[in-house]
Design a protein around this ligand. Sequence first.
Ligand code: SF4
Length: 303
Amino acid sequence: KDYSSDQEVRWCPGCGDYVILKTIQGFLPELGLRRENIVFISGIGCSSRFPYYLDTYGMHSIHGRAPAIATGLATTRGDLSVWVVTGDGDALSIGGNHLIHAMRRNVNLKILLFNNRIYGLTKGQFSPTSEAGKVTKSSPDGSVGAPFNPVALALGADATFVARAIDSDRAGLTEVLRAAAAHRGTALVEIYQNCPIFNDGAFEVLKNPAESARRLVRLRDGATYNIDGRAYVHDVRSASAESSWALSRLDDGSMERVPVGIFRCVERPTFDDQVRENRARAEKGDDAAFLSLLAGPDPWTVA
Ligand code: SF4
């Protein structure tokens, strides 16, 4: 069983979403869970059609709000494996606030951020990850402003698991999904995804063997990487995230050097576990725990 649903898949021919879907359908049996214990929640955008195509539970929800809905579900149903599927516009524009707070709270969610560097569903406007100067229908003279680097953003929000993969690299994506699924807390996985209709070839230099050998930096824990004349030993479990941060900054949007793999994987108390502990204490008459629940408990303020 590969967890494919009976729904007709409706993306444009050649869309990178197809190969990501195939990889995830093939990976899900590894979780060893019943289909009713897996939930995929999406926002709005092309990638957000994902839940229809998986034979799990799911919700095609509100623009940018999938992390908020998933936070509620993960907090109330600790027995579920909760995944968020979102895109660069959905997650980093309208949904930016929800995304950063899910990561800093360390909710037990796996967030798959499909980054095609364009708005596809609304037909080709520049997005928060489009390169500066991008010429689109909404920026005929070139977009103004620097793009987000989603990996650096996640590290800045103190996400406990941060990784990047490429749509067509099935082995690499599966390896990252496996590590994300095993992680307890928020796992942010950026997936470079080709949109052949509105931003074709955005990641082609990372797929072309002649170019990728020079540009692609495959991350290995414990390996040494030279960045700006300094040698960094990559330590995914470092609390300071020094090597993770330096590696994240290698990607300046030009695709000259692009790290893929796991940047960070550290342990920190999860939001949902702490809310459940508070609730248990409140049910036993602990007024302080009850007030913390009403105020929206925070990992750093719960004793
Ligand atoms: Fe895929 Fe782009 Fe078509 Fe959306 S518009 S389905 S991202 S190819």
